[in-house]
Design a protein around this ligand. Structure first.
Ligand code: ZN
Length: 541
């Protein structure tokens, strides 16, 4: 009796004191994905942020967010954020996979392409959302409110495609030279033409080096890189006129993406229509900076502090237009530093991958050993999905599979190998993501018919790059430095909460849906509405 009374009084008190619960649904949802923004980086830089990222971190902040699956690449990561599903359900198991049944000679398939288009390849492709097997939040909003707009802007086509999905109003991304769209039917907004011209003018000029604040200068230390790459650690983003590669791996790139997004907000009057709109913004520069320079030098420091400022400027534009908006921010995956600097920091077993683990090298060795012909194995990388050559006789495929699994397991850099049969027999976990076993993480990246015959997991702290001439650091593993990402929710006037317990990027979609009153049947997706976020009205399970 007594307990019930206390509970009733507490409930009444809580209800009357509930701070600043937003009275109405937001008119615009803004969803940021910061490419390769690990929770480790967020935790390190959080005290340094003073602008946009500080504002968003002052909302509801989950610093133990997870991209729970194993193959932590850009395409699968983006596919989880606004579908509410793990890659096993979105179908976006990786950036590239192998499909030996397709007609063209290139059997590699890019996640955001239509490989049936004549004359295409996995690197010269026609952009398409066809491989995404589930709807996005923006598509569901348009079904419920036909006036709702679904808009995406990104540094990468796959970021924009996977966040907006099959039915979008505008979708713009950088193609290496300019911002383009794959939406043939949508009229090109005037701002895009003006923006393109302004950007081309800016890129034709050289850019001086940035002047780093003292904190970043403290990180400046040249580190030699194995495998042919240039030393890293002391870059300040000076750019020659017209150097588009340098542009892409610099804070300028995110600044441009955000400027285009702000232009679309104005021209399309997003957040000022009859129905709620969705604007997805995938900011790619952090990823290019991480791949080019690693994550613990002066370069990443400058990138993140500039990103903080640029996001702040963008939010100030929304404020100045009087738009009632709500924000979610996360990352498509985490990342880790170059092994050479990690070793200096005491991670003694940080190392680069053994080139013998590439499927081409391993396949060639196994084919010779078994007296077979052809490549033997197909695959995109020294880890992840591996495919046995289907042109071999069935009995030889079986022999080769057994020999390949044994050979990978015998390599000292390999943590585990899971066969398709093992993965298929494993249910997708709904437990907290930090408790998932390695096979459970791998299962969330597995789709029968698209995934490989077996999946290779490298040991922790093995960087799967041996030739460092183009890229020195990366992500993609099932270890927490690649899986753990921040998940932030912010809305003006809504209470602050810093939350320790783990959540999953698949929880973002149902949480945002509840904020705008869009029904999502519990159990229809992998994610769960997060009732810790003020302003959400989660459906009862
Ligand atoms: Zn990425």
């Amino acid at each position: 009796m007594r307990l019930k009374f206390v509970a009733a009084v507490s409930a009444a008190l809580f209800a009357s004191q509930a701070p600043a619960q937003a009275p109405t649904s937001p008119k615009l949802l803004v969803v940021f994905s910061i490419d390769q923004f690990s929770a480790d980086l967020f935790d390190e830089y959080r005290p340094r942020f003073t602008a946009g990222l500080a504002r968003l971190a002052s909302g509801t902040s989950f610093h133990n967010g997870y991209q729970a699956h194993a193959l932590t690449e850009t395409c699968p990561g983006h596919s989880t954020i606004l579908t509410g599903d793990h890659p096993a359900r979105t179908g976006i198991i990786n950036n590239f996979w192998t499909d030996q049944s397709i007609a063209r000679s290139d059997k590699s398939v890019y996640c955001a392409e239509d490989e049936t288009q004549p004359g295409t390849s996995s690197t010269a492709y026609k952009v398409s959302p066809k491989h995404l097997l589930v709807p996005t939040l923006g598509e569901l909003m348009k079904q419920r409110w036909p006036a709702s707009r679904n808009v995406a802007v990104s540094g990468k086509d796959r970021g924009a495609v996977m966040m907006s999905g099959h039915v979008a109003d505008q979708r713009w991304y950088w193609n290496g030279k300019t911002f383009v769209t794959d939406l043939a039917g949508a009229a090109v907004p005037q701002i895009v033409t003006r923006f393109d011209a302004a950007l081309a003018t800016a890129l034709a000029q050289p850019r001086p080096a940035l002047e780093p604040p003292a904190y970043c200068q403290g990180k400046a230390r040249a580190v030699a890189i194995e495998g042919g790459g240039k030393p890293v650690g002391t870059g300040r983003f000076a750019r020659d006129a017209g150097d588009l590669t340098a542009f892409r791996a610099s804070p300028e790139f995110d600044g441009s993406t955000l400027a285009l997004a702000a232009g679309l907000v104005d021209e399309m009057k997003l957040g000022r229509g009859a129905a709620p709109d969705l604007l997805s913004i995938s900011l790619s520069a952090t990823d290019y900076v991480g791949h080019t320079y690693g994550t613990e030098g002066e370069e990443m420091c400058l990138q993140l502090l500039e990103l903080d400022r640029e996001i702040g400027d963008f939010l100030n534009v929304l404020d100045s237009r009087g738009i009632d908006y709500a924000v979610a921010l996360t990352a498509d995956h985490g990342g880790k530093d170059v092994p050479e600097r990690e070793r200096l920091a005491g991670v003694t077993d940080a190392m680069r991958v053994d080139p013998a683990l590439s499927p081409a090298t391993m396949g060639k060795a196994l084919v010779a050993q078994l007296g077979l012909r052809g490549p033997g194995l197909l695959g995109d990388s020294a880890f992840g999905d591996m495919y046995v050559d289907r042109s071999l006789r069935a009995a030889d495929q079986k022999r080769l599979l057994a020999a390949a699994v044994a050979a990978y397991r015998a390599n000292p850099q390999v943590e585990a190998v899971f066969t398709a049969a093992q993965l298929q027999a494993t249910p997708v976990s709904s437990a907290p993501p930090e408790t998932w076993s390695l096979i459970q993480r791998s299962r969330a990246s597995y789709l029968p018919g698209r995934s490989g015959d077996f999946l290779v997991v490298l040991k922790k702290d093995v960087t799967p790059i041996s030739n460092t001439s183009r890229s020195v650091a990366t992500h993609g593993s099932l270890w927490d430095y690649d899986r753990r990402v921040p998940i932030l929710f912010w809305r003006k006037g809504v209470a602050t909460a810093a939350i320790e317990h783990s959540v999953d990027t698949v929880d973002i979609m149902p949480t945002l849906a509840s904020q705008i009153g869009l029904p999502v049947q519990p159990g229809s997706i992998d994610g769960h509405c997060l009732s810790d976020v003020p302003g959400t009205q989660c459906p009862t399970r």
